[in-house]
Design a protein around this ligand. Structure first.
Ligand code: SAH
Length: 390
């Protein structure tokens, strides 16, 4: 195995267990490496740090898979790790649908596996993990005997790793339009063409958190995607629900989902740019009892955080203006670049601009099948806030 020696002063991050080794942290590489190869990382003093995969094309030169010198990286390793992921999900009660593998937080950097009951969707976002796809698929077959496995690697970040974007079956072909159950409701999930892996499992607990505040309410939801929050609102007793999304395909799915649950009389969806509509309707002084916002990550880079904050401020300000006094704002942010504190400050700023007072009902994060590891910023990403807007 090729050895990688780090510089004398090892970063605290690496010392404390973070799996990433950046190119500028490396002192020397003992031999020539091929992209994706398993390498051994040692300190300046030649003490063993860990084994992981390398990609000279990536700024993150090595991602560690193990800190145990005796743990070999082979097919058996992936089987064992994925089994551990499954045991953990069972222990914490996320069985039917769950994020089975959440990359770094499960010590399998850049591997995502979502379990939709008997169907599995995989993303291998770095070259060094992509190489092990056959082993990963074998492990899933052994542990679960799935009805189908699908690869959603149509993700731009793969290009940074020198890989192509691609998607397709990793099992015998199956109908990629499936139905999942969540909180007593049913949802169509389009594994092949939906966003990300097809469905946002990270909000599954948060969708339940709106249960009481929507009863008898007029509800407006923006950035609805396939209508999951809105259909929950109708199910929990809202008087009327309107969901907005810019994607026609998402709105079509949302309407199908409302009908699937017999809630299409109460729950309607429209294709619209939420920025335009929220602005227009707040000018027209339309009023709702609950406004729900779940926008996409407004930024993927640190340089654009300001832009993201402006976006959050804008939609939350409009959302608050659309609320009757004593109404509830349900608002999310899914980028780790905006941390919890900054998000809450942004909401406070929007409240000041809207001349409204807030009272916090709930502040939550992603469901625990997406574990958070302190010190690994990208594992702590979702903010979900409910406030009463006075
Ligand atoms: N709440 C959803 C997830 C929302 S994902 C759920 O729980 O499943 C974000 C959604 O915002 C996407 O569906 C995307 O199409 C939509 N979107 C992005 N920009 C938008 C805009 N300007 N106006 C309305 N919707 C937008």
């Amino acid at each position: 195995m090729i050895k990688i020696y780090l510089k004398k002063k090892i970063s605290r991050r690496v010392a404390e267990g973070h799996p990433w080794i950046f190119a500028n942290e490396v002192d020397k590489v003992d031999g020539s490496v091929a992209g994706g190869e398993i390498v051994s990382v040692l300190g300046h003093d030649h003490k063993f740090i860990g084994n992981g995969y390398i990609n000279p094309k990536s700024q993150i030169l090595v991602r560690l898979l193990t800190r145990n010198k005796n743990e070999e990286i082979n097919e058996e390793f992936f089987h064992r790790r994925i089994r551990q992921c499954w045991e953990y999900r069972k222990k914490i009660g996320y069985v039917e649908n769950c994020r089975l593998v959440f990359g770094e937080a499960d010590s399998l950097p850049q591997l995502i596996i979502d379990k939709f009951n008997d169907h599995f969707v995989i993303q291998t976002l770095a070259l060094g993990i992509d190489i092990w796809k056959p082993a990963i698929v074998n492990a899933l077959n052994k542990i679960f005997k799935p009805k189908g496995i699908y690869e959603r690697n149509d993700v731009p970040v793969r290009e940074v790793e020198g890989m192509q974007q691609q998607k397709g079956h990793l099992s015998a072909p199956f109908d990629t339009n499936i139905i999942i159950h969540e909180n007593g409701l049913r949802f169509n999930v389009d594994i092949e063409n939906g966003q990300k892996t097809g469905y946002f499992l990270d909000q599954q607990d948060n969708r339940r958190a709106i249960q009481h505040i929507v009863r008898g309410a007029d509800v407006l939801g923006a950035f609805t995607y396939t209508g999951s929050f809105e259909i929950h609102a109708a199910y929990y007793g809202a008087k009327s629900v309107l969901g907005l999304d810019i994607s026609e395909n998402a709105v079509h799915q949302a309407n199908r989902n409302a009908a699937l649950n017999g809630l299409d009389a109460i729950c309607k969806f429209q294709t619209a740019n939420a920025f335009d509509v929220l602005k227009q309707w707040s000018k027209e002084e339309k009023k709702y009892d609950v406004v729900m916002l779940d926008p996409p990550a407004f930024t993927k880079s640190r340089e654009n955080i300001r832009k993201a904050i402006t976006g959050y401020n804008e939609i939350n300000l409009r959302g608050m203006k659309l609320l009757r006094p004593g109404g509830f704002l349900v608002t999310s942010s899914c980028t780790s670049l905006v941390d919890a504190e900054l998000f809450l400050e942004t909401i406070d700023m929007a409240a000041r601009d809207a001349k409204r007072k807030l009272r916090q009902v709930a502040f939550q994060t992603q469901s625990p099948d997406h574990p958070i590891i302190r010190g690994m910023e990208n594992t702590q990403y979702l903010k979900f806030l409910i406030v009463e807007v006075q």
